[in-house]
Design a protein around this ligand. Sequence first.
Ligand code: NAG
Ligand code: NAG
Ligand code: NAG
Ligand code: NAG
Length: 306
Amino acid sequence: MGIKWVFMIMVVISVVSVNVEAKEKLCTSTNKWECKNSIYCCNQTISDFFQSYQFENLFSKRNAPTAQAVGFYDYQSFITASIDFQRLGFGTTGGKKMQMKEVAAFLGHVGAKSSCGYGVATGGPLAWGLCYKREMSPSQSYCRDGYLYPCAPGAEYYGRGALPVYWNFNYGAIGDGIKVDLLNHPEYLEQNATIAFQAAMWKWMTPIKKNQPSPHQAFVGDWKPTKNDTLAKRLPGFGTTMNILYGDQICGQGDIDDMNVIVSHYRYYLDLMGVGAADAATDNDNLSCAEQQAFNPTKTEKDASS
Ligand SMILES: *[C@@H]1O[C@H](CO)[C@@H](O)[C@H](O)[C@H]1NC(C)=O
Ligand SMILES: *[C@@H]1O[C@H](CO)[C@@H](O)[C@H](O)[C@H]1NC(C)=O
Ligand SMILES: *[C@@H]1O[C@H](CO)[C@@H](O)[C@H](O)[C@H]1NC(C)=O
Ligand SMILES: *[C@@H]1O[C@H](CO)[C@@H](O)[C@H](O)[C@H]1NC(C)=O
C-alpha cells in the first residue's frame, strides 16, 4: 500500500511538471518577454504582423532631401520603443485585427503630427509622415514655472518628438514615465528616435486624469463610457483618442481640416497594412470627434460666456 501511494504521488508530480514545461515553451518561443508577468504573453507581438517593409511603405517620404528629420526615424527604433508598452497591451490586445488597427491608429496620430506633406506634395500629402522631429521656428520657450517640474536653466521646451511634446511640465511628466531625464535634457527627444517613440507611446498609454481613459483604452474597447461621456458624445473608438490627445483644439468643432487630416492618416495606414480603410468605417469605428465635448476643456463655461 505504501508503495502504491508513493507511485501515485510520483505520477501526479511528473504530470504537473510536464504541463508547466510545455506551457512555458509555448509562450516563450513566440514572445519577447517573460510570460508569467503579462496577460498578453501568449499573443502575437507587433513585429509578428508589422514588419520593416510595412514601416517603409507607411513613411515612404520621410528620408526625402526636403524632410527635416531625414535619417532620424527607423523601424528598429519604433520596435525597441514598443517593447515595454507591448507588455501593457500596446499592439498586443484583442486579436490580430485589433492589434493591427491599434498600430495604425497610433501611427495615424504620429504621421499626421510629424507630416510635412501639403496639398501638392509628390506621393500625395499622406506619404510624408515622420518628416519632422521638432517644431520649426518656435515663438517661445514653453516654460511655465510654479509647477512640479521647474524649467532647467536655459532649456527650451518647444515641440519635439514623434507626437510633439510641449512645455516643461509635460517633458517632466513624460520623462518620469519613460525614465529618461527629459526635463534637464529636452534635446534627447530630437536626438534619439527610440526616445521620441517612447514618449509618443507613453502619451498613447497614459490617461490625463485618473477617471479618464488612455487613448489605448478608448481605442481597444477597454473603457466603458459613463453617462456623462455618452451625453458628451464620447464613444469607444478612434474619435475619442483625438479628444484625449488634443481636446477642443480638434474636437467638438465640426468637420474641420485639423481633425480630418488625422483621420485620413489613420485610414491611409489601415489601407497600406491591408486591414482595409473602408472596412474600418463600416465597422462602426466612431472615427470622428466632430460632435464630442472635450474631456478637459481649455475654457470653462464661465470663461466662454464672459
Ligand atoms: C490575446 O489574443 C487572443 C486571440 O487573438 C485574443 O482573443 C485575446 O483578447 C488576447 N488577449 C488579450 C489580453 O488581449
Ligand atoms: C537612445 O535611447 C535608448 C533608450 O533610452 C538607449 O537605450 C539608447 O542607447 C540611446 N541611443 C543612443 C545612440 O544614445
Ligand atoms: C457629470 O457631469 C456633471 C455636470 O457637468 C458633473 O457635475 C458631474 O461631476 C459629472 N460626473 C462625473 C462622474 O464625472
Ligand atoms: C462605437 O460606439 C458604439 C456605441 O455607440 C459601440 O457599440 C461600438 O463598439 C463602438 N465602436 C468601436 C470600434 O469601438
